[in-house]
Design a protein around this ligand. Structure first.
Ligand code: ACO
Length: 329
């Protein structure tokens, strides 16, 4: 960077990782049938668009998935671990209560010394993390950030609850975000409304050496659906306005991958042709904070998202949290 040049942040590399164990809806139906729980490929595909998800093996943690994704992103950016001066991991399924998954990842990566911390905003975690990294880079506190979404939601699923356990999967996605004279990230728009804590939560906690409360995921699917569809449209319009752009400028929309109906509904409200919508939910299920960077990496690797394209990333999830980031890739 030249002295006094404008300072923006720009994605210079993407990466992702899915644990090898892939379960189709048929595999899930067979697994649940053994517990006396009934579901079907037809129901899951029709209501959600999901056809398969990946589950990590026992002993494989969020930091392990994050490590693979981070290494791929660094390679794509032509950077080494020593170049990284900020690590942010978005996760709701951390390796431990503390320290952060970001610190555990940092040690595995060999990038000691730089700040490293987790962001907990459930499925909006990646857009929260990217917004924080962008602000730190623009402020001059970092120049080469790793922002990662990594989840092992299979650990918090209730396999006796068919209304939730068929929806989620494990995985990780990462980006390298670097200081740049050219934008990069154009604008972001983040929100939360804590009045809706109860519609999507894993309410258990650790206290006095025991797990207190239920440590498995609970969701009021219809309440989440209604809120999600409204806030995704609002946030998309808000971030476009902040950046002085319009829907017509968008090359790609990469929303949180939870349900194909929510994603297509958002695209329609924005009058965006469905071929501008990046969809990976059919193959990944809902990977919470990992879903947006996983979908971004899939779109980059397949040659759809190219340098210079205008891309909107959107998250929505527990909290209730939501937000959008608009960027020139
Ligand atoms: N297999 C078969 N039948 C099922 C299953 C299943 N896996 N799950 C529910 N059903 C049944 C129900 O029991 C119900 O039966 P009934 O009519 O006899 O009572 C019927 O299917 C309909 O259930 P609904 O809950 O009304 O189904 P709906 O169409 O609302 O779809 C869904 C449910 C897919 C969960 C939807 O509400 C949804 O996608 N919600 C949003 C989820 C989301 O976006 N989450 C994002 C954030 S995630 C995060 O932040 C961690």
């Amino acid at each position: 960077m030249k002295p006094n040049a404008p300072r923006y942040s720009r994605i210079t590399g993407t990466g992702s990782w899915l644990p090898p164990r892939r379960l189709t809806n048929h595999d899930m139906a067979a697994m649940l049938a053994a517990r006396g729980v009934e579901t079907s490929d037809e129901w899951i595909v029709e209501r959600t668009g999901i056809r398969a998800r990946h589950f990590a093996d026992d002993g494989v943690n969020a930091s392990d998935l994050a490590l693979h994704a981070a290494r791929h992103a660094l390679e794509a950016a032509g950077r080494r671990a020593e170049d990284v001066d900020l690590i942010i991991v978005a996760t709701s399924t951390p390796d431990m209560v503390f320290p952060s998954t970001a610190c555990i990842l940092q040690a595995k990566l060999g990038a000691s010394g730089c700040p490293a911390f987790d962001v907990q905003a459930v499925c909006s975690g990646f857009v929260y993390g990217l917004t924080i990294a962008d602000a730190m880079i623009r402020a001059g506190s970092a120049s080469c950030a790793l922002v990662i979404g990594a989840e092992v939601f299979s650990r918090i699923l209730d396999f006796d609850d068919r209304t939730t356990c068929v929806l989620f999967g494990d995985g990780a996605g990462a980006v390298v975000l670097e200081a740049s004279e050219e934008p990069g990230i154009l604008a972001s728009d983040l929100h939360a409304d804590g009045r809706h804590v109860g519609i999507l939560c894993t309410p258990g906690t650790v206290s006095g050496g025991q797990v207190l409360g239920d440590p498995l995921l609970k969701m009021d699917g219809q309440a989440v659906f209604k809120l999600a569809i409204g806030v995704l449209e609002q946030s998309a319009r808000a971030v476009l306005e902040k950046a002085g752009r319009s829907e017509a400028d968008l090359d790609w929309l990469i929303p949180h991958q939870a349900n194909i109906r929510i994603m297509q509904g958002t695209a329609k409200k924005l009058k965006l042709p469905l071929d501008k919508l990046i969809v990976t939910v059919h193959e990944h299920g809902n990977t919470s904070a990992a879903s947006v960077p996983l979908a971004l990496d899939a779109a980059v690797k397949s040659g759809r998202v190219k340098r210079g394209d205008t891309v909107m990333l959107e998250g929505v999830g527990g909290g209730f949290t939501w937000g959008a980031v608009l960027l020139d890739f």
